[in-house]
Design a binder for this molecule. Structure first.
Ligand SMILES: NC(=O)c1ccc[n+]([C@@H]2O[C@H](COP(=O)([O-])OP(=O)(O)OC[C@H]3O[C@@H](n4cnc5c(N)ncnc54)[C@H](O)[C@@H]3O)[C@@H](O)[C@H]2O)c1
Length: 349
């Protein structure tokens, strides 16, 4: 199945997201696959066997969010220059969101920009990170603060890659999937509630709908000046949870799961969500082994951390909230008193 991405509202950027077995790919140009030490032994040979290129190179970088850095980008660039890649050459990202974001960013830099293709291998990167053209790296000031909007030429999603993915990583991807249903599509949420994620066909349908919804949002707002921010549901709270736990305790999707529960409690206070709906969402997260509890030790310290978020503007924090399941609202007028009251409901187990 193919989801066409057509960013007609922006420039004329078009590419396909192909959800199927990786097809045979022929390139009359130099190609470099960028991957990491964990994924290379598992999946590199399979990808290489599908590619015919003028020259095929492989760049293997260390695994981990801490290597999503300018230093690693430099090391990839070094290899590209060593192999004399030219302006027509192509990079292929084989990996999760870290490899995808970093490879895309490197492609945007090499000789002022060469093409790149995404071959995402985590559920999170298949449903979210590989589509939409956000690329970048982390630095000492924070996550994803350096980067570029740079769209891939194509995205190839093969669910077979997920067979080697640790269960926890798989669940983390489900948090980003359910986010799409809660924000945009009640029917999709209902479908997800019943879905058997271990069934290949169901999983492909789930990925397809997530990619379609993301594509619609990106088409409306490639550079995140409006509706794209809605994809950050659960993230405003989740980022603080990640920051408070030094990015060690929770995977990103797990922190988003906690963030969804917190955002829902605020939505409940504002009369946007019913108790039953909040329960329904929590039950879904728990069914997929995602965390829904977090103990805030210091409400004021937690509150202050909201202002570190890239999405805060003129000291106003933007909250992305469900307006019933399947709809969203963006609010930047939440009073600190109300917010702290909501946060204080998380100070005991
Ligand atoms: N560009 C975007 O729009 C966007 C959206 C969401 C997240 N992100 C970024 O994505 C990153 C998180 O991505 P992620 O969750 O994919 O994490 P990740 O890339 O770190 O992958 C998670 C772990 O799984 C391993 N792995 C990957 N595929 C595997 C497979 N098939 N089998 C076994 N192990 C495998 C990786 O080596 C890594 O250890 C973050 O840096 C985040 O900022 C970007």
């Amino acid at each position: 199945m193919i989801v066409p991405i057509n960013l007609e509202k922006q420039e004329s950027v078009k590419y396909d997201v192909v959800i199927d077995e990786i097809p045979h790919l022929t390139f009359q140009r130099k190609v470099a696959i960028v991957t990491n030490e964990t994924i290379a032994p598992l999946h590199l040979e399979k990808l290489k066997s599908k590619i015919d290129a003028y020259e095929l190179h492989v760049v293997v970088v260390p695994d981990g969010e801490e290597y999503k850095s300018l230093e690693t980008v430099e090391s990839i660039l070094d290899e590209l220059f060593t192999h004399k890649l030219d302006r027509k050459s192509l990079l292929i990202a084989l990996g999760g969101g870290v490899i995808g974001d970093m490879t895309g960013f490197t492609a945007s830099l090499y000789q002022r920009g060469i093409g790149f293709i995404q071959v995402p291998t985590t559920l999170l990167s298949q449903v979210d990170a590989s589509v939409g053209g956000k690329t970048g790296i982390n630095n000492k000031y924070g996550k994803n603060l350096v980067g570029a909007f740079y769209q891939p030429e194509a995205v190839y999603i093969d669910t077979e890659f997920l067979k080697t993915l640790p269960k926890r990583e798989f669940s983390a991807g489900i948090a980003e999937i359910v986010k799409m249903g809660i924000m945009f599509d009640r029917d999709y949420f209902e479908f997800l509630k019943e879905a058997d994620f271990s069934d290949k066909e169901t999983l492909e349908k789930v990925i397809q709908r997530s990619v379609e919804l993301k594509a619609e949002v990106v088409n409306l707002d490639e550079k995140e000046s409006g509706i794209r921010a809605v994809l950050n549901y659960g993230h405003t709270f989740g980022h603080v949870v990640e920051n408070e736990t030094n990015y060690r305790e929770y995977l990103h999707g797990e922190a988003v799961s906690i963030g969804i529960v917190m955002a829902n409690r605020l939505a409940l206070e504002l009369g946007l969500l019913s108790e039953d709906e909040a329960q329904e969402i929590e039950a879904f997260l728990e069914k997929h082994n995602l965390p829904t509890r977090y103990v805030i030790k210091d409400v004021d310290a937690f509150y202050d951390k909201f202002f570190l978020d890239k999405k805060s503007f003129n000291n106003k924090i933007k909250f992305i909230l469900p307006n019933g399941i399947g709809h969203h609202v963006v609010r930047d007028d939440i009073e600190s008193g109300l917010l702290k009251r909501v946060l204080s409901t998380f100070t005991s187990v």
